[in-house]
Design a protein around this ligand. Structure first.
Ligand code: PLP
Length: 430
């Protein structure tokens, strides 16, 4: 997806004050012509997240997982903030190197690498990388013997929306064998990594797994390795719901665990690979009803407070201009991850009806949700969906020739100046 072509950043917030998101979206709805879905991407939000991370987890250096959202202004902003990067391919290395990020700020966090990509990493000097199996270390020995290796283990997690453990990481019982093999091959293993699974909903997963890592550090010592890197992966929440901050809980748990199992005087470097955390709340998607079907009576949802009996009996199928092959790929893949939809034109006081939301393509599986309550919408009405910055823009396709979303970037003057971003690289929003 070409994300730079419509990139816009502006002193919008500064000029207009802290405006209602609904108002910002309304201002961006085109009068006619190009009616593609669009994103409002707020770079200030990313900067605030970074500052919050540094405040709440000062010992843990974030390496942003660029796979999560690789739009140029986002990567450039995070590079300017001084974070490191988790990359999974040579094109991701190149993207971040372009912004002056040195190779010591990159981890090649893919445990099953394409040999050609590994050669590229060697040429570029990206030498910090993960592994979780014997074939991989044999491959690394052949193609990049000086690499600094990080053994990825399966974490101890009870609940995460996207579980990684089936595909990546070795079981604790296999660590000894792998470390012995690495020693035999004279490879340089320097630490341990894990990933709690995206949207990890289990703060204690970090505590349990950090304790496990301590045991593996000790085991490694008996084999002749002196580990100095702990990588606690990603999985941190990209937005908070309600008053309580789950991220603070996780941060406190991690800080306590580090203090207990990896006291500072041991000089173990601690890094993490947050993706969602940095970008999810920064992007709001606006999309449009392009068609609808009114469903037959009989399936109706009874709305107690409606005065119009007929109205209470309608239900709707809405066809939207974004879906499975666009921004909602991951939401649909993991069924219980339906985001919140809001109507741009305020219809809060109107009765709601049982509705389903469908994407624009001919694929019958292109359905965002079978069940949502919405006020009656007309063709042409716009909806918006907050918290759409993670694993959305990166997976958009133009399947069926459907138009891909534009992105309007907004940023305050302060942020543009603070990060040394070039205003003339962006178009002004208003
Ligand atoms: N690190 C690795 C190795 C990953 O595979 C991912 C996501 O796929 C991340 C970090 C980022 O995870 P999250 O977006 O949940 O923070």
């Amino acid at each position: 997806m070409d994300t730079t072509f419509e990139a816009t950043a502006t002193k919008y917030i500064e000029e207009h004050g802290d405006r209602d998101l609904r108002q910002i979206i309304t201002d961006k709805i085109p009068e006619g012509g190009d009616m593609r879905p669009f994103y409002i991407a707020n770079l200030d939000d990313i900067v605030n997240k970074h500052k919050r991370w540094e405040k709440l987890m000062p010992r843990v250096k974030p390496f942003y997982a660029v796979k999560c959202n690789n739009t140029e202004p986002v990567v450039k902003t995070i590079a300017a903030l001084g974070a490191g990067f988790d990359c999974a391919s040579s094109s991701e290395f190149q993207q971040v190197l372009k912004y002056g990020v040195q190779t010591d700020r990159i981890i090649y966090a893919h445990t099953c690498k394409d040999p050609e990509e590994l050669k590229r990493a060697s040429e570029l000097g990206v030498d910090l990388m993960t592994f979780d199996n014997e074939d991989e270390i044999v491959k690394i020995k052949r193609l990049f013997p000086d690499a600094k290796l990080v053994l990825r283990i399966v974490p101890q997690v009870r609940k995460a929306v996207y579980d990684m453990g089936k595909k990546f990481g070795c079981n604790v019982e296999d660590c000894q064998g792998l470390l012995l093999k690495a020693k035999e091959l004279e490879l340089n293993v320097i630490g341990i990594s894990f990933h709690g699974g995206s949207k990890c909903q289990d703060a204690f997963a970090y505590q349990h797994t950090i304790l496990l890592c301590r045991d593996i550090f000790d085991l490694a010592k008996t084999i002749g390795f002196n580990f100095n890197l702990l990588d606690i992966g990603g999985g941190f929440p990209g937005y908070e719901t309600g008053e309580h901050s789950f991220f603070s809980d996780i941060a406190n748990t991690i800080n306590d665990s580090l203090e207990e199992y990896f006291p500072e005087d041991e000089n173990v470097k601690v890094i993490a690979e947050p993706g969602c955390y940095y970008v999810e709340s920064a992007f709001t998607l606006a999309l449009r009803v392009i068609a609808r079907k009114v469903e037959q009576p009989g399936k109706w949802l009874k709305i107690e407070d409606s005065e119009n009996e007929d109205d209470t009996k309608k239900s709707f199928m809405y066809y939207l201009n974004d879906g499975l092959h666009g921004s909602f790929f991951f939401h649909i893949l993991f069924e219980d991850d339906v985001p919140d939809f809001y109507v741009v034109e305020n219809k809060d006081s109107m009765p709601v009806f049982k509705s389903s939301l469908w994407g624009p393509t001919c694929n019958p599986h292109d359905c965002i949700t079978q069940e949502i309550e919405l006020p009656e919408l007309d063709i042409g009405d716009w909806l918006y969906v907050p918290n759409m910055g993670a694993y959305t823009t990166v997976v958009v396709t133009s399947f069926n020739g459907m138009p891909t979303p534009k992105i309007h970037y907004i940023a305050s003057n302060d942020i543009i100046c603070e990060l040394g971003l070039q205003r003339n690289e962006f178009t002004t929003v208003n």
